[in-house]
Unconditional design. Sequence first.
Length: 238
Amino acid sequence: MGIGFDNLTKAEFIQRAEDMLCKHDRGYCVTPNAEIVYEAIQDESFRELLNGASLVLPDGAGVILGAKILGTPMKEKVAGIEFGEAICKLLSQRSGRLYLLGSKPGIAEMAGEKLAQKYPGLMICGTADGYFKDEAEVVEKINAAKPDVIFVCLGAPKQERFIKNHFDELDATLMLGLGGSLDGYAGTVQRAPKWMIDLSLEWLYRLIKDPKRLGRMMRLPKFVIICYKEKLRRKKNG
Ligand code: UDP
């Protein structure tokens, strides 16, 4: 439906990221879930931003279901928050430098402390909250910290637009759009229990914890409906 996901396992995504880091092959990664894909289907410029990424990870059970409905099943779901941790592990093995951008004031610092504790060798070279006015100032601050990787956690599509608009100026090898991951690393927002993740019910947990998400989450059933419509259309057209 116009979004070019990479059909890789989590281990394969990590390998690709490692290759990029080793070769200083610059790029950005995006982690759209079904809600974000639904947005992108209606918005061509956002779709282009997603498709311009070096790695497009299927973040969420909804994307996996959509791909299955369309007869193009994917290997596995790869949550952005888990991919981010895998990158921290990679960086910790090579004394790599990570910059954390996004979320409310104080959260990126807290996430940085927790990640540095969990992954000895990982260097958190800087942090900034995601509620800034002057983008050029933020870019300057990031470059002064000399990161290898930047986690850009401003929510979609803001984070993808930030990365694309400043890609040439930002002096880092990898840029990852990771949505609300900093809240997760900081521990201010809990992930669903494993059994709910395994049953593809993470969306339900998020909804119970934050009922304000209901409006946004209505995109999920709408997404499934348009996948079935597309399947029917393809069947009719042979
Ligand atoms: N955020 C931000 N700046 C903004 C808007 C949002 O830093 O101008 C942060 C927000 O605090 C939260 C994250 O972006 O930490 C968005 O989280 P969400 O779970 O909504 O991400 P998504 O589902 O879009 O990936």
